[in-house]
Design a protein around this ligand. Structure first.
Ligand SMILES: Cc1ncc(COP(=O)(O)O)c(C=O)c1O
Length: 408
């Protein structure tokens, strides 16, 4: 029998399975759609200048190299780019990874891919790395609260989300100590976000080491979302690949890392990021991407390559984020998060607080529960928190704190 037909039959049977057919319906509404509904019909206080601290969209000046690089390579719009990212971009990414994480080697050809921003890549990765028909390894682990893409990816790829509650009691670290042997054995993939959106927690070397030891023992993949790695308050965050190398895992076996120019370079509209790690995972992922086709236009790849080379603008941005955190917490009080530009504030009723902030103080925030999911006990680890993004510079951060202080 022609194996292509056999595969087609299996695929049809699989699609006919009613339960599997409606995976998309298992996804909740995206947090910003829920936020729009929550604020629908309310008017922000017209006496105050509006502050949008809802979305994690950096609003800093465009780095100076963007326009000239774009101008110089504008003719590239008349060519198809490759889905892997063209050679010059992958070289530039590999060189940055080596510098930033003290890697002895990373091969641009086999261990690096370009992404159209990390969002699509974080989502697609689960589809490349987990096998929906392999019932023996259903768990896709992720922090709770989380960047909601992990949850959507796990569900649509046919995995079962396993939520790791990140609470103040554990310093917001996703638990890896209290998980049973059976769950680890049945885990296919672990998403880890460091620095974390929304809590600001940062993985240290010991945490990543333990996770990689478990990955080796129980044979699962670790996908580290490190898109806030260049935004931190005190110490530069360590990276997963660096830890793997220090453990002697110089091939980065079982590891994938994603990073982005959206946060590092304040270029969220460029839609450019990186995927790096285990060559065999990269190969599988690359195959999937050759079908889904998320190729970055060539002129934008040139801008991205220039951004990975330049650290001056990154340092300027970092100073602004650090000063914004200082300015915010000087007024509002509390503990400054280790990483990211988010502040994660405990409140009694997060939806009521967000509505009041909007109406009384002309401030847009995000309810923490919209970034979490209910666990089997009906608990949402994002409840009783709101998230504010300090993305508008130091003065606005101080003003935001003053306004939120009035709602306490
Ligand atoms: C934790 C986290 N990961 C990934 C992303 C995706 O960013 P991008 O697709 O712009 O690289 C975001 C964006 O807000 C994020 O907060």
């Amino acid at each position: 029998m022609d194996t292509r037909f056999r595969e087609y039959d299996e695929y049809t049977e699989y699609n006919m399975n009613k339960h599997e057919q409606y995976r998309l319906n298992q996804l909740g509404e995206y947090p910003f759609a829920r936020l729009r509904k929550l604020l629908d019909g309310l008017t922000p206080n017209p006496e105050l200048e509006f502050i949008d601290a809802g979305a994690g969209e950096p609003r800093l000046p465009l780095p100076s190299f963007v326009q000239p690089t774009l101008d110089a390579h504008i003719s590239g719009f008349s060519k198809y780019p490759t889905t892997t990212g063209n050679d010059f971009l992958r070289q530039s990414i590999a060189a940055w990874l080596k510098r930033r994480f003290s890697l002895k080697s990373i091969d641009a050809g086999t261990q690096v891919l370009s992404a159209n921003g990390t969002r699509e890549a974080l989502f697609a990765a689960a589809h490349a790395l987990i096998n929906p028909n392999a019932k023996s390894k259903p768990w896709v682990m992720m922090p709770n609260p989380m960047y909601q893409i992990y949850l959507g990816a796990a569900i649509t790829a046919g995995g079962k989300p396993y939520l790791q509650p990140c609470t103040a009691d554990t310093g917001f670290a996703p638990d890896i100590d209290g998980i049973s042997h059976d769950v680890w054995r049945d885990t296919a993939l672990v998403y880890v976000c460091s620095p974390s959106n929304p809590t600001g927690w940062v993985a240290d070397g010991a945490y990543y080491t333990k996770l990689l030891e478990l990955a080796e023992k129980f044979d699962f993949y670790v996908l580290a979302d490190e898109c806030y790695s260049e935004i931190y308050y005190a110490d530069k965050p360590i990276g997963l690949l660096e830890v793997a190398q220090n453990m002697g895992n110089t091939d980065y076996k079982r590891c994938l890392v994603m990073n982005s120019l959206s946060k590092r370079s304040a270029l969220p509209g460029l839609r450019s990021g990186l995927i790096a790690g285990d060559a065999s995972l990269i190969q599988n992922f690359s195959k999937l991407r050759s079908y889904t086709g998320p190729a970055t236009p060539l002129p934008l790849q040139h801008v991205a390559a220039a951004a990975w080379v330049d650290e001056v603008h990154v340092q300027q941005h970092l100073n602004i984020y650090r000063n914004s955190l200082d300015a915010f917490f000087k007024v509002y009080g509390g503990e400054i998060p280790e990483g990211s530009f988010f502040v994660w504030l405990p409140v009694e009723d997060e939806q009521a607080f967000v509505r009041r902030a909007y109406q009384e103080q002309a401030v847009k925030l995000l309810p923490g529960s919209y970034l979490g999911a209910e666990d089997e006990n009906g608990m949402n680890a994002g409840s009783h928190y709101v998230r504010a993004a300090l993305v508008d510079g130091v003065e606005k951060a101080a003003e935001l704190a003053t306004r939120l202080q009035k709602l306490k």
